[in-house]
Design a protein around this ligand. Structure first.
Ligand SMILES: *[C@@H]1O[C@H](CO)[C@@H](O)[C@H](O)[C@H]1NC(C)=O
Ligand SMILES: *[C@@H]1O[C@H](CO)[C@@H](O)[C@H](O)[C@H]1NC(C)=O
Ligand SMILES: *[C@@H]1O[C@H](CO)[C@@H](O)[C@H](O)[C@H]1NC(C)=O
Ligand SMILES: *[C@@H]1O[C@H](CO)[C@@H](O)[C@H](O)[C@H]1NC(C)=O
Length: 202
């Protein structure tokens, strides 16, 4: 097996890099925490951004199916730092009437912007792993920092909380949605307001 030369490298990485996310959580909603009194407490919901593509919008929905999510983590993640939380897929089930379609969150990157759009997508191939920390706050974890020279990977993860609510545009749809700033700088979209996203079990 030619890939065996990779084994020492893979052994250094926390296990969930290659893990299957097979353990579903209880259902929850996603609540925005913000210094802005108009945004604080807003419940995010899945809003149409294309065929079987949804963003996370503010503004509310009367159908609880559109604001109910689950989080699949791994049964063989190895040691998880419970302070940061276990990484896994954020899942929304699209109620199609005659079918239910499980969709996972993927950060959609626009190469000319530092603002990425979290979207639910039917394919899990490019899904972004996310976690909820011990305070229930949504984060994305990384094990190396490209601002540091020389660049090195670490065996432990750092949690990042680069969430914003912004007016975003995706394939003809303009909404106020959750967004993610790529890298350490503030989002270039002037409508963005910093927020946290809290997991609140139903
Ligand atoms: C979540 O876990 C359940 C139970 O193992 C599994 O049936 C489902 O396919 C998983 N969903 C995703 C998107 O991985
Ligand atoms: C936002 O809402 C939370 C929970 O309701 C509350 O604890 C917090 O004080 C509020 N923050 C602001 C800035 O209003
Ligand atoms: C978990 O992560 C926190 C925050 O980065 C860190 O302070 C703590 O030492 C970590 N715990 C373990 C057991 O690695
Ligand atoms: C979709 O899921 C809902 C909620 O679990 C369930 O009531 C409904 O029967 C499902 N529909 C189909 C077509 O499987």
């Amino acid at each position: 097996m030619r890939l065996s030369f990779l084994a020492p490298v893979l052994a250094l990485l926390p296990a969930f890099v290659t893990a299957q996310y097979d353990v579903p959580s209880a259902p929850f909603k996603l609540v925005v925490l913000s210094d802005s009194s108009t945004l604080n407490g807003t419940v995010l919901y899945s809003c149409h951004e294309g065929a079987s593509i949804e963003g996370l919008c503010t503004g509310g929905t009367s159908n609880p199916a559109y604001s109910t999510y689950t989080h699949n983590t791994s049964s063989n993640a190895g040691e998880v730092n419970e302070t940061l939380g276990a990484s896994g897929y954020l899942i929304w089930v699209l109620p199609g009437g005659t079918f239910n379609e499980s969709e996972t969150l993927t950060l959609n990157v626009n190469p000319i912007s530092n603002v990425a759009l979290p979207l639910f997508w039917p394919s899990i191939e490019d899904s972004t792993s996310v976690a909820f920390d011990s305070n229930g706050l949504l984060n994305i974890q990384g094990y190396f920092d490209d601002r540091v020279v020389p660049i090195v990977g670490s065996t432990s993860y750092v949690a990042y909380y680069r969430w914003y609510v912004c007016t975003t545009y995706y394939q003809g749809y303009t909404y106020q949605t959750l967004a993610w700033a790529l890298g350490e700088f503030p989002p270039e979209n002037p409508t963005c307001q910093a927020v946290s996203v809290k997991q609140v079990f139903l």
